[in-house]
Design a protein around this ligand. Structure first.
Ligand SMILES: [Zn+2]
Length: 414
């Protein structure tokens, strides 16, 4: 495979811009919430491109879309690539879409070069990677990997109270949710192209990030109940100030996350609601949510344990009641060594600079890792900006990603 003709990249850039115009907001803003009119039109656009490339399309009961380039031995499990085309409100045009249209382009490049895959290559467009509508991210891949059960999915409601069942059937996706789950082995391997959504690659002037681990959050909701009262009349001895207790927990989390000895451990309290929230009133109730992330689940769980220990210690010492509820704790993923080696060889052959790195955000690949060996290819994005209308990745960066992906698919599919 020689240097990729520029023509191919022009096509994918034009398609990215055409897809961006299918949005509930005016350009350059992209807003494409799952099963909205914009989402359905965008799906139709991408499916049409896939059909034109000779791919066979199959959709599951939740709208995950599989576009297959049939290999010479259809009995073999396919190699998968792909990402998502839904977008949060006020987003840009690269997140997710680069992995879908870039994945399609990688297939078309191989077709034009006359490559004949032995394994089929399947482009996957995952439903609702973004949590906008149902409050849960990676809905499609989560269900594929049976991390979210059909019974749990049936309970999901959007902000207007509409059930997933109602919304998906209106969008034309029927069939039982049980049929969405895929067995391990359904995909031989899976590789996702994505913009970094962080600043490292651009800052270091590197073309390609080879993702070795995908970090995942554990999120906890903590409610502290103390005793309110007049800020002047109630003297300090014997106070049960819920916010002072919360402050200790926030610092305990920070200390625990800082002392694991690993740079990859992060702990954050991003929500702190204080009741009654008056200047002259002792806080009687506080709700905080914690977010702990790591690439190593045991290490992440040790921070979580330290936080829970602090909860019981603070509760006993201050005489406040503390209740904790685990909102989610998805396991982090380790990427597959063989795919990473294939990616590295492809980057070298394509004369692209590369480095191995961690994905701090999570992606559909986190869940695909439960049923298939996975890896991810990152390309730079300007200033590390993502989930904003000014999100940008240059045609050269996208071209590099497509080039490395196409070489890798060719390696994996023989
Ligand atoms: Zn994404």
């Amino acid at each position: 495979m020689g240097d990729q003709p520029k023509l191919f990249i022009d096509a994918v850039i034009a398609e990215l811009h055409a897809l961006a115009k299918i949005s509930a907001a005016d350009p350059p803003v992209v807003t494409r919430v799952v099963f909205s009119q914009a989402d359905l039109r965008a799906r139709a656009y991408v499916k049409d491109l896939c059909t034109k490339a000779g791919l066979t399309i199959h959709e599951d009961a939740i709208g995950n879309t599989f576009a297959r380039w049939q290999g010479s031995d259809p009995s073999l499990a396919p190699v998968g690539t792909g990402s998502h085309i839904d977008a949060i409100p006020n987003a840009g045009l690269y997140d997710g879409c680069v992995g879908v249209l870039g994945g399609l382009e990688a297939i078309r490049v191989l077709q034009k070069l006359g490559f004949k895959p032995r394994r089929s290559i399947e482009l996957v467009i995952f439903t609702s990677e973004e949590p906008t509508r149902f409050g849960i991210g990676c809905l499609g891949s989560r269900m594929m990997a049976s991390v979210l059960t059909p019974a749990q999915a049936e309970k999901l409601r959007d902000k207007d109270g509409r059930s997933l069942a109602e919304v998906r059937s209106k969008a034309g996706f029927t069939g039982t949710l049980e049929s969405v789950a895929l067995p391990a082995g359904r995909f031989h391997q899976f590789v996702e192209l994505h913009i970094e959504q962080g600043p490292e690659l651009e800052k270091e002037g590197i073309d390609i990030g080879l993702v070795t681990h995908i970090a995942a959050p554990a999120s906890q909701r903590i409610v502290i109940e103390g005793e309110g009262g007049h800020a002047g009349a109630r003297l300090m001895p014997g106070r049960k100030d819920a916010l002072a207790a919360a402050a200790e927990l926030i610092l305990a989390l920070e200390a625990a996350a800082k002392t694991t000895g690993a740079i990859d451990t992060v702990g954050t309290v991003g929500i702190c609601d204080v009741f009654p929230g008056a200047v002259n009133s002792i806080p009687s109730r506080v709700h905080i949510t914690t977010d702990i992330r790591d690439i190593d689940s045991a290490r992440r769980d040790r921070v979580l344990d330290a936080l829970l220990e602090a909860c019981s210690e603070v509760s006993a010492r201050r005489g406040v009641t503390i209740t904790t509820e685990l909102i989610n704790a998805d396991p982090p993923a380790t990427c597959d060594a063989a795919i990473l080696d294939a990616l590295e060889a492809s980057a070298i052959a394509a004369k692209k600079s590369y480095k191995r790195m961690v994905s701090r955000a999570y992606h559909d690949s986190l869940f695909m890792a439960r049923i298939a060996p996975v890896a991810m290819v990152f390309i730079p994005c300007r200033g590390g900006v993502s989930h904003r209308p000014d999100e940008y990745s240059s045609p050269e960066w996208i071209g590099s990603g497509v080039h490395v992906l196409s070489r890798t698919l060719a390696t994996l599919a023989v």
